[in-house]
Write a protein that binds this ligand. Sequence first.
Ligand SMILES: NC(=O)c1ccc[n+]([C@@H]2O[C@H](COP(=O)([O-])OP(=O)(O)OC[C@H]3O[C@@H](n4cnc5c(N)ncnc54)[C@H](O)[C@@H]3O)[C@@H](O)[C@H]2O)c1
Length: 296
Amino acid sequence: MSKKVRVGVLGVKRGTGLIDYSLDSCGDKFEVVAICDKWLEGLEEEKKKHPDGNVAFYPDFDEFIRHDMDAVVLANYGNEHAPFAVRCLDRGLHVYSEVTACQNMKEAVELVEAVERSGKIYALAEQYCFMPSPRKMKEYYEAGKLGELELADCEYAHDSSDAWHRLTFGDPNHWRNRAYATFYCTHSIGPILHATGLRPVTVTGYESAHNERRFSVGAKTAAFGVSMITLNNGAIIKALNGNLKGGTLWYAMYGSKGKMESSRSIANDGRVGHFMAELVGPTGRSPGRVCISPAT
Ligand SMILES: NC(=O)c1ccc[n+]([C@@H]2O[C@H](COP(=O)([O-])OP(=O)(O)OC[C@H]3O[C@@H](n4cnc5c(N)ncnc54)[C@H](O)[C@@H]3O)[C@@H](O)[C@H]2O)c1
């Protein structure tokens, strides 16, 4: 039997939540050997979940990274992934990084160079690519049913005001309070890039005005932002990200042979679980309509 991959986790809550889920589904392939978090209360909770002594606990990343392991799950602050990923790769560890990968071009280049130099696997954990509609869109796009992408529309705006104090630990300087509204963009654009294999060439971003609703929970930045992204085939993505009342999670793609989209949440019929496509049929005349719910 092949050896289990020995995994270390940086960041409890999200990090250990991901691991607990993965242990349930593929626990025969890996084991958790170390958990790191400078938040001592959170680390103590994890110790209670692993009383058998098989997991080492570290409040300090510099000690954690020296643990004997094969791969690291990075679920640390959303704006600090790249430098931690580079350090792990340089130590010969595979990396599974929570979103987002980096916060500027300098970090992006440093990350790519570290992956190339290490020869290790780097995986960006953009799970929304694997929701039912995005998966179906990828299947249709790769089969050529949509033709060439011309326009994509994608929206991820999470109404998380009620949980904001927990998400930010009540810290006015927490990264979520300081991130500009277009920063957390992978849940919207990730599925489009994943489905098409196309790559961004240029981007322009717009932020809404700051408002009292966001200030009242401690956020210092705008409620939402819109990015206009040109891709390497000339197609354009309109991406909405942010924190809007009611929220939205929606994907649409328009190609040379038709269009496909997930359902609008307000239609109350399955959201990203409901996939619809209107495509030019084999005769090129009447559009063939496909409606799949759930989009499995
Ligand atoms: N894919 C998704 O749907 C999704 C959902 C939630 C969070 N996330 C991502 O998961 C990550 C974690 O988010 P979160 O809300 O759980 O927590 P968070 O960003 O508030 O904190 C991360 C944890 O890492 C710890 N940490 C940070 N730097 C550290 C260091 N240098 N040494 C030791 N510990 C350190 C913190 O104490 C904290 O417990 C973020 O990148 C976020 O973007 C993704």
